[in-house]
Design a protein around this ligand. Structure first.
Ligand code: ADP
Ligand code: SF4
Length: 700
């Protein structure tokens, strides 16, 4: 197949200073939780993006010096020549597939608590650091010697970047990560010297860093400038008009303008809170201020939207972090005219949670993300089957769909049996909950791919028993029968079933998703799960006109959603809708028209009126079929059955991302050589031990 001529413009080369990108697909810098700790995993992940057709592939922000140490978060480092081999490996991996390699230099300034280095952070003013954990660390105001030192370190890091083989580098002044942004900002920069006050003065440090970098490496490398065009906080923060003044002032100095919103949670908004191209109003008009190319993001997955961005003169390059994570082959699929194969980002920010939990990046849509080197998974390819085996997958939720699709891709004959009429498992209902419709893409992509596979048969309305399974004569059975929410309150804080008075109305998320509703009167939702479900159900019920109280043992609604950068948005939405949020309380008992709530600190109990209670605590695996099969294991040999494996929520309930990953793992490992108990499940890199004298070996 060939691409639709409508999309030709996306494949135009674009000159960026001394280099030229082969097309307009630009993977902007994004964190990945691998950084300096997992350099080869990181390199392999970027290589796959390049293989998938991105014209430019960038690293995440890369620390340039211990005074800008963003730990505990794990990014690449470019502190000294010791770091160059790891940086060079990433550039080499990107080049292997013909993309330009970009490295985002970053001194985090007063965003960096310097927990590893213990250096004193610095910025424009004497102020507490602006870090994720509100660390008890203050930055000091930079003097002229500090500014000279910072310029020197930035220049040195740029030269090392060149030595490592990169084509493009950055001066970073965006998202409150790039330290120079604190100088741009009126609220942080209250200096009275030539680096504070007027816009020209506040731009001075950024201008000097750009000039230094151009001077050091600009003969062969492009130098991009990344700024935030709006902080979404009105006049208090950097806003659109001011950003235009900044671009106007520095217009031709960088080779490329990379535009973001600030802070990161505004830049990477989830589908629950923003649609594709949500940044358009903020970046429109910037291109008129400069002749240099402009890149911007907006969770672009639709080639038509991308074309519109270019045709309307809003952007020159289509920037993407999450769409390139969900589908590293997005450009190639557009180029080949395979639009229906695009695995669209669902905007859930599970990828971001990897960085925030300091663990390797993961993705709900792309289970191979982060596994490219350590497990050898590829987002598009999988090794051919190794036997004639026929596989039955029971349950068409995220785990079952992924397993069936990837087994089909391996060439196995697969039957996918689903009890209900609809495919998608938990997502059949969850995609209809407020704000979650884009999550249905997990189902649509897989159902679409499976429909094209001759060897994968789908059987709807087929609730299977052990008897059925044994009668079919399959070689392998994957039991992906999912999980159901508990109705007894057991979860994190409550480990024994709650006392429930006779006549009390107790519902679970499954009840609400199935359309059941509590009786009239105030509803208490007890959320000991802390991910999206409690908050989403509160939103559902309050929008239906119910009086809703959300009770949580933590300090805030949906507290784990700090990891997806949504918590404060969820809390704000619930408060605006009139949901009462009761923090630090544990459900102690459920009466017919009231609940007992115990203080999470003192245990003191208070009564509260409640006509019904919704328990969002934990789920139980649906393992009836697996247990029944296990009980009949002596009949396996006669039935020709070689293996029965529980996967996804049926093994242990988790995120949708975990279920998809489990489906992929099943497909990857079927017929793989058995692993010994002492064999690790994946490859890893171990830090090289230092050479040289060791103090305890040296006589005093
Ligand atoms: P996961 O997230 O692990 O994929 P889900 O709960 O989303 O799990 O999906 C499980 C699916 O399995 C549901 O669609 C459910 O209807 C189906 N299912 C459960 N038991 C059976 C069974 N015995 N036969 C066929 N399908 C089943
Ligand atoms: Fe998109 Fe979610 Fe994947 Fe991130 S984890 S790239 S938001 S689908």
């Amino acid at each position: 197949m060939t691409r639709d001529a409508r999309y030709d413009v996306l494949f135009d080369p674009v000159r960026i200073g001394p280099v030229t990108t082969k097309n307009r697909f630009y993977q902007v810098p994004h964190c990945n939780g691998m950084g300096y700790r997992d350099p080869t995993s990181h390199a392999a992940m970027r290589a796959i993006k390049a293989e998938g057709g991105w014209g430019v592939v960038c690293t995440e922000q890369v620390e340039i010096h211990p005074t800008g140490d963003i730990g505990p978060f794990i990014e690449l480092r470019n502190w000294s020549d010791q770091d160059v081999p790891a940086l060079a490996r990433v550039a080499e991996a990107i080049h292997a597939h013909g993309a330009l390699a970009g490295l985002q230099l970053a001194h985090n300034g007063m965003n960096a608590p310097n927990l590893t280095s213990r250096e004193i952070p610095f910025g424009p003013a004497d102020l507490p650091v602006f870090s994720v954990f509100n660390d008890p660390v203050q930055a000091r105001a930079m003097d002229k010697a500090d500014i000279r030192a910072l310029r020197h370190w930035h220049r040195s890091a740029a030269l090392r970047t060149k030595n490592a083989g990169y084509d493009l580098t950055y001066v970073y002044a965006g998202k409150l990560f790039g330290g120079a942004m604190f100088f741009l900002s009126r609220r942080f920069n209250q200096r009275t010297d030539e680096y504070g006050g007027s816009l020209e003065n506040r731009c001075r440090l950024l201008k000097e860093l750009l000039e230094d970098t151009k001077d050091a490496v600009g003969d062969t490398m492009a130098v991009a400038c990344r700024i935030s065009v709006d902080e979404l906080m009105g006049e208090e923060g950097i806003h659109a008009a001011e950003a235009q003044d900044i671009v106007g002032h520095l217009a031709e100095l960088p080779d490329l303008w990379d535009l973001t919103l600030s802070s990161w949670d505004n830049d990477s908004q989830t589908s629950r809170f923003a649609d594709e191209a949500y940044q358009e109003p903020f970046v429109t008009g910037i291109k008129k201020l400069t002749t240099k190319p402009v890149v911007g993001v907006g969770r672009f997955t639709s080639p038509d939207t991308m074309v519109r961005m270019v045709r309307q003169g809003i952007l020159d390059l289509i920037g993407a972090a999450r769409p390139s994570i969900a589908d590293p082959f997005l450009p190639k699929k557009i180029e080949d005219g395979r639009l229906e194969e695009i695995r669209e980002c669902i905007g859930c920010n599970i990828c971001v949670s990897g960085d925030h939990t300091m663990s390797p990046i993961r993705c709900t849509q792309n289970p191979a993300m982060g596994e490219e080197w350590r497990r050898g998974w590829h987002p598009e390819r999988i090794r051919p089957r190794e036997s004639e085996g026929r596989v039955l997958v029971v349950g068409a939720g995220p785990a079952g769909l992924e397993a069936a699709m990837m087994l089909g891709r391996r060439g196995y004959e697969v039957a996918l049996a689903e009890a209900t009429r609809d495919l998608g498992g938990r997502l059949v209902g969850e995609r209809r909950l407020p704000g979650l419709s884009a999550w249905g893409r997990v189902v649509d992509y897989r159902v679409g791919r499976i429909a094209d596979m001759a060897d994968v048969e789908v059987y709807r309305e087929s609730r299977l028993t052990a008897e059925d399974v044994l009668g079919f004569g399959f070689d392998h059975v994957a039991v992906a029968t999912g999980a159901r929410w508990r109705a007894d309150g057991v979860g994190r804080r409550i480990l024994r079933p709650l006392p429930v008075a006779e006549g009390a109305a107790v519902l679970t998320p499954d009840d609400l998703i199935a359309g059941r509703r509590p009786p009239a009167g105030p509803v208490v939702i007890f959320d000991d799960d802390h991910y999206y479900m409690g908050g989403v159900l509160a939103e559902l019920l309050v929008r239906e006109g119910r009086a809703v109280t959300l009770v949580t043992p933590t300090g805030e609604a949906s507290s784990w959603m700090e990891m997806t950068m949504e918590q404060h948005k969820v809390q704000a939405r619930l408060l605006e809708l009139g949901v009462e949020i009761v923090p630090h309380r544990v459900l102690a008992a459920i009466g017919a028209d009231a609940v007992d709530l115990a203080c999470a600190y003192t245990g003191r109990v208070v009564h509260r009126e409640a006509a019904s209670v919704v328990l969002v605590t934990a789920r139980l695996p649906e393992k009836g079929l697996a247990d029944d099969l296990e009980a009949r294991s002596d009949a396996f040999a006669d039935a020709g059955l070689k293996s029965v494996t529980r996967i996804g929520d049926a093994l242990a309930p988790g995120t949708i991302a975990a279920a998809v990953w489990a489906g992929r793992r099943y497909a990857e490992e079927l017929d793989a050589p058995p692993r010994g108990l002492d064999d690790l499940p994946y490859r890893r890199e171990v830090a090289e031990l230092a050479a040289g004298p060791l103090p305890w070996r040296t006589p005093a």
